[in-house]
Structures are given as C-alpha cells and as structure tokens.
Design a protein around this ligand. Structure first.
Ligand code: ADP
Ligand code: ZN
Ligand code: ZN
Length: 766
C-alpha cells in the first residue's frame, strides 16, 4: 500500500492540514495516477469531497493501516508541482490562512470538478464549467480537386471557392453565406471537405501573436541601463535569490532593462514572470513584451473571462509560454522553471491581496526566488520605504539607480499652487487661473493634458445647512458620495445607492449642500469652460476615467484609445491615470487637489501623496515636447508636497524615517493587524476582548520590541453591516509574527457570526 497527503478543497474556517489516504501500490486509481497536483475524490466523514494531492509518496501514518480510507477517484490532470506545494505551505503559514485557499491559487480558474452527493452514499462528479474550447474548421478533403459544381448547389460552390484560399472556420462561412450546415454535411459525405476540431485560444482584447514575428529593435542602452544590466546579469547567473531594486525616474527605460534581463533568463532555460499593477495591464504594456518575445508571452489578469484565463493558464502549463505578464496572481501560474520575477511599480498597494490569503506579491516573490534560487527585480520611480530600507540593511538586496530619462530630456518642472492664497484672492472654483491658463496654451498648441483628481463622484458628501445632517450608508460608518448622474448617493465601500431627497429627512430644510468635489464635478466644470472659449472651440475631447466610467469590460482601453487618437485633448481621472501611460503629446499634468490622501489617518499618507504626485508628473514631457506640472494644494508647506515638487527624495525620507522610527512604524518594525468583525456589536466587542486576553500574554512573552494594542473600533467602524474592531501587533524588524501567533489561530474556538483574522504586514489598517 502507498499513501498520499490530500488537502481537502473545503473553504475551511479553521486552519487545516493535509489528511493521509491510501493508494494502491502502483499509485494509480482505476488506471489513472494520483500525482501531486491532481484533484481527487476522497471520503471525509459521511461525505465525499474533492481534495488535492500534495504528496503522492507520503509516509504511513502511525495508526492501524486498515483504518485508513482510500482515494476513490482521480478527477483531473496534475495542476501543480512540488514547488507549488512548498509555496502554498509557506503562504498558509506566513499569512495564517487555510492551506486549501493557498492551494487554490495554483489551480486553473473555475476548472475544479465538484462532488454532488446523492442518496445512500452515491455521488456524482460535476465537470467544471470552464474548459478548453474547440473551433470547427473546414479543410480540403481527399476529393477536393475533383469537386464538380452542380446546379441548385450554389452554396457548395461558394464554400469550395472560399476554401481554395485556405482553411476556414465554420462560423466564418456561416457569417458569409448564412446557414451552411447541410451544404457542409453533403460536401463532407462526398469527401470534398473534412471538418476538424482545433483548439481555440480565447484572447479577449489582447493582441494576438504574429506569425511573421520580427522582434522589436533593441535600442542602444544608456550608461545607467548598462550598469544596471551588468549587475542583474551577474545576479541571474549566480542563481542565489538576489533582489535588485531598480530605482529609476519616470521614463528612464526600466522596461528595456526588464526586457534584456528576461532575454538573459530565457537563454539560460528559465521562465520569467512580470507583474504589473492591474490597471496598467493594458494591450499597450503587453505589446511591448510581445514585441520582443513574440508568441511565448502569456497574459493573466482579472478582467479576462474565465475561458480566456483558462486558455492562458493551459498555454503556460503546456510549456510553450515562457514569459508571463500579469497582475498579482500571475506569480502562481504553472511555470516549468521560474527563474526571474519582475515586479514593476513595486510601491503599488494593489500587490497586496485583501482577502485570505492576505499576501503581498513582493514578499512572496522574495521568498520564492530565495527558495528556488532565482532572481527578483523590483522597479519603481518611487520605491517603497520598506524596499529602500532593506537595500541598506540586507546584503542580498541591491539598489540600482537610473537617474535620467532614456532620451536625456529633463524631468518636468513641478509648480505648487497654494489654493489657500488663491481663495484669499477671490478664487471660488476648483481650478486656479494659472492651471487653466497653462491648459489653454497647451490645447491651443495641439497638445494633450492629464488632470488628476483622486476622488470620484460629484461631491464628497452632502450636508444639511440648517441641522448638519449628513446622509450616511446604512451598512457602513461612512458618509455617502453624491453622483450627479442619476442624482444619487452612493457608498464607495458597499455600493449602496439611494436618491438624493429634495429636503432634509431630519428637519425638512431644502438647503442640502454638496461639499467637496469629485471627478464628475471636475468634468462638468471643465466641459463648460472648454465650450465657452471661442478660441478653443467646443470640439476638444475631455475623457473622464474613474471607477464609474471603466466598469465595463474593455472600457479602460477604449477611453485610452480615444485619448491617444485625439489631437489636443484632456484626460481627467483618479489615480488610475497616474501610472504607466506613455503618450508623446502630453505636455501638461495638473493635480487638481493633492490633499485627498493626506487627511487619511494612516501612517503612510505622506508616502502615498509623495509618490502619487511624482507618478502622475512622470506622464508629462516624455518625448520631444517639454512638460510642465501644476499641483494645487491647501497644504503647500506639507513635506510630502514640497519634496515631490522639488524632486528631493532625501527631504521626504529623512524626516519621514525619523518620524517612523520615533513612533515605531515600518520599516523599523513589522506589524500585524488582528481584525474582529460581526453583525452584533456587543458580541464582536466581547470576542475582540477575549482575543486580546489570549494574545496579550503570548506577545508579552516574546520580549523586547513586541507589543499589542488594546482592541478598539476601526476607523471604518462598520462596513457592509459588520462592526469592526482591531488590535495592532508590533514586533522588531525581521521578527516573525506569524510563528508567534499561529498557534493561537489554529486553536481558537470559533464563535458564531464573529470572525477573527490576522493581516500580516497590512497595507490598510482603516
Ligand atoms: P519607465 O518604465 O522607466 O518609465 P520606459 O521603459 O517606459 O520608462 O521608457 C521610456 C521611453 O524611453 C520609452 O519610449 C522607451 O522606448 C524609451 N527607451 C528606453 N530605453 C531606451 C534607450 N536605451 N534608448 C532610447 N530610448 C529608450
Ligand atoms: Zn436638516
Ligand atoms: Zn456602505
């Protein structure tokens, strides 16, 4: 008898481990081998469930072998390998998450069979909804040349004529000639044609590989790029888990460095993975990688349909894809031999997954490349303080600097516009005169402008001027945002919607004022300003990009296409327009309100503001035309704003690090956020108290530098009807909080309707 470890695919509430099941001596069930990575059916209690084999040569457990149940069926090919198992186990431990949820990261999307239990112990396997798709192709048959056109069979003649130029899909023929089913069937019977089923690759809006592929020309490297590549190339050959932080200003040609590094890795037989923030994963980005490496490039992102994602997954699994470009989850694609990971815009918060397992791509990639002896490149114009700090303290991390743009053009000058002074001077609009004047100059010259306002909707909130009533979300502890479209109030946390009433529901006053402004108001105002100016004419395209205009599939790309195709034009949007965009004619960047994030009670607020200004400024003057940036703010003396506008990182870092060191925040400590939430406030509060009572002695016993805060309501005290409490654990830099508290999380009793989770290295503690 042999044994297999099987991780049950049950969205577990407790932290599971693998169970041991028996296998026949040859490791096969009904002739199918139960390899690592296969989905299997196993008995579990009185039920049957799907599990994944995580070890196909497990040790015999220390119990009577006759008591061990057997694997009953193998229901899939092997989805993942041993490396994946090791990584999933690391994730489960590091993030304190159920192993099954970590294993799931490595399986193809929506392709797991299900067990449906019937009466008296019978069960059925339901095949997944997503699988490979076939196309019916019509090709020449053995008698093709001998085809004789008959009268009344015009369709047959047309089909044969069309086929003489090459194979065609049946759907194409029916688009052209209407219903072709009977014509095809008689042609097939007489051997004139045959029908073949061929695998189809669903591609969505991504560009297809080109058969006559010629790699894009490689530019001569700049001095900075060459130096960086020398170090990187040595790192790839060393195969010892080195990390390079490519710290290069916007437009310095970081992508070219990635391309060369990937080329090197491929030549050594390794595969490469490039992570980019979800929002910059556009056909434009993909085209740069396809342009150099052709059809060995696979793409994975969440806006793809499940079929498209399945096809990409399968393409990688087959070994034909060697480079994967994707968002967060691409790191878990079925690579044959992943040897290089690139994380572009490494400072981005979207690399943190906000549900279990709550991992950060940077941490996982660091761990993977260390463990599997590969290499990691982190790139950014505004690296995170954590990464910069690590380069100073960890010998295997090295910072590489690209201080100039690849085309030697200067970075655009940034001018700060103090809106408090403007207000004193009589300004009542959200746009200062200087910004509008500059905008007009550029538009008249036929150039483009990018305007950032990191607040969607029309107004931030509504308030009754007589009694101060503010409409709040019934399920969240936040005020509702006013949207002009449909005159409705919307919650940006749970998407609750209601109509704006004509009068205050509390006092009946008609004076409901809208306070603050969002992208909708910015758009309406700008549109009328553009239209009112006879020199500009009314035809200047104004494209708004925010979560509301980009919710439809492909909308993001369509809007960017409109902006690219237009001459003079304005792109107005939230932070989704701040990164990655590379349009030649953008000569003006305006930040309408730089203060939207500064007010958040978050120790990273300054860092977020600093990097957002520099990222969006980087969109200006990227080609021949010089760029100019205007930043409107009510806090013109704020360090983050002064430092960003003078490109003085030291100014920002020195003070920021001092403050973080005094207050003991990362990078001087590691943190974890214990979150307790439930629908009953009193029950949630009492569970939070008892969690604290259990955790406090553990943390206390760890020694110097460890602390846990008393439970208190989160800043967002209620979200989607759930009351939220939290406690912050801090530990010395490079301490391992997971190991210290995993025991508690494994053994804690579950309380109905109350959840307790932990987020290690949280990004969001609101
Ligand atoms: P980053 O990612 O650092 O913002 P990009 O990789 O987008 O910068 O490069 C900016 C521009 O410079 C691109 O248009 C790119 O084609 C060009 N570029 C990169 N490297 C070189 C080089 N060595 N010589 C000339 N142009 C280059
Ligand atoms: Zn009122
Ligand atoms: Zn809400």
């Amino acid at each position: 008898m042999r044994f297999a470890s099987v991780t049950l695919d049950i969205p577990a509430t407790s932290l599971d481990d693998a169970f041991t099941y028996a296998l026949p001596d040859d490791g096969c069930v009904d002739g199918t081998p139960a390899l690592i990575g296969c989905a299997v059916v196993v008995p579990f209690g009185k039920r049957h469930v799907i599990g994944f084999v995580t070890d196909d040569k497990a040790e015999a457990p220390a119990i009577d072998p006759s008591k061990i149940k057997s694997v009953e069926k193998v229901v899939s090919e092997s989805f993942f390998d041993e490396r994946a198992v090791v990584t999933a186990k690391y994730l489960a431990k590091h993030c304190i998450a159920p192993l099954s949820s970590c294993i799931r990261l490595f399986t193809p999307p929506a392709a797991i069979p299900k067990v449906v239990e019937g009466p008296d112990g019978h069960y059925e396997i339901v095949r997944p909804s997503v699988s490979a798709a076939d196309d019916r192709w019509v090709v020449k048959g053995p008698n093709f040349e001998r085809f004789v056109a008959r009268k009344n069979a015009a369709k047959q003649s047309s089909i044969v004529a069309a086929l003489s130029k090459g194979d065609l899909r049946a759907v194409e023929l029916s688009l052209e000639y209407g219903s072709v089913a009977s014509a095809l069937s008689s042609l097939e019977k007489s051997g004139v044609i045959s029908i073949e089923h061929r695998r189809r690759m669903r591609m969505g809006d991504m560009p297809e590989g080109d058969k006559n592929f010629v790699p894009s020309a490689k530019p001569k490297l700049t001095a900075g790029q060459s130096l960086a590549l020398d170090a990187i190339s040595e790192g790839i050959h060393a195969q010892e888990g080195r990390v390079f932080l490519l710290d290069g200003v916007t437009g310095s040609g970081k992508t070219e460095v990635y391309l060369r590094a990937i080329e090197e890795a491929l030549s050594m037989g390794m595969d490469a993975c490039v992570l980019v923030p979800e929002i910059s994963l556009t056909p434009q980005t993909v085209a740069r990688f396809r342009g150099r490496f052709g059809d060995v490039v696979a793409v994975i992102h969440s806006a793809m349909s499940q079929g498209e994602r399945f096809d990409q997954w399968d393409f990688i699994k087959s070994g034909r894809a060697r480079v994967v470009v994707g968002a967060r989850s691409a790191l878990f694609a079925p690579f044959g031999n992943l040897g290089l990971v690139v994380i572009d815009e490494e400072h981005e918060y979207s690399y943190k997954q906000d549900q279990a397992p709550r991992y950060h791509s940077r941490d996982v990639a660091t761990w993977m490349m260390d463990r599997f002896k590969g290499m990691l490149i982190l790139g950014s114009a505004t690296p995170s303080l954590e990464s910069l700090h690590r380069c100073q303290t960890d010998g295997s991390w090295q910072r590489l600097v690209l201080s100039e743009r690849a085309n030697k053009k200067p970075l655009p000058p940034i001018e700060v516009i103090d809106m408090t002074a403007e207000f004193k001077g009589g300004l009542r609009s959200m746009y200062s005169k200087r910004l509008l004047f500059a905008l007009k100059q550029e538009l008249l010259a036929g150039n483009k402008a990018v305007l950032l306002l990191n607040q969607r909707g029309f107004a931030n909130f509504v308030m009754c001027r007589e009694c101060g009533y503010v409409p709040m979300c019934p399920s969240c502890s936040t005020s509702l945002t006013y949207h002009e479209y449909g005159k409705r109030l919307t919650c940006h946390h749970c998407n609750h919607q209601e109509h704006l009433l004509a009068a205050c529901p509390q006092c009946g006053s008609p004076y409901l004022m809208k306070y603050g402004f969002g992208t909708q108001q910015a758009e309406i105002y700008l549109r009328s300003w553009l239209d009112a100016d006879s020199n500009l004419g009314s035809g200047i395209p104004l494209i708004r990009m925010d979560a509301d205009t980009t919710s439809a599939k492909g909308a993001h790309q369509k809007l960017l296409g409109q902006f690219a195709d237009a001459g003079a034009a304005v792109l107005l949007g939230t932070q989704m327009i701040a990164k990655g965009l590379d349009f030649e004619k953008v000569t003006l960047v305006g930040v309408i309100n730089a203060d939207t994030q500064l007010k958040l009670p978050d120790f990273r607020a300054g860092e977020r503001t600093y990097s957002l200004i520099l990222q969006v400024a980087g969109r200006a003057g990227r080609a021949d035309l010089p760029g100019k940036v205007y930043v409107q703010t009510y806090r013109a003396n704020e360090r983050a704003i002064v430092a960003a506008s003078t490109y003085n990182r030291e100014l920002f870092m020195d003070e920021e690090l001092k403050m973080r060191s005094i207050l003991n925040y990362p990078p001087y400590c590691v943190m974890a956020n214990v979150l307790v939430w439930g629908s009953s406030q009193s029950k949630t509060a009492s569970v939070a108290q008892s969690a604290y009572a259990d955790l406090e002695p553990i943390i206390d016993g760890m020694g110097e530098g460890w602390s846990i805060s008393m439970p208190c309501p989160c800043v967002l005290a209620k979200v989607r009807g759930a009351y939220r409490y939290h406690m912050l654990i801090k530990a010395p830099y490079s301490a391992d909080i997971s190991s210290a508290v995993i025991g508690y999380f494994k053994e804690k009793k579950t309380v109905e309707d109350v959840n307790v989770t932990i987020d290690i290295n949280p990004i969001d503690i609101l």
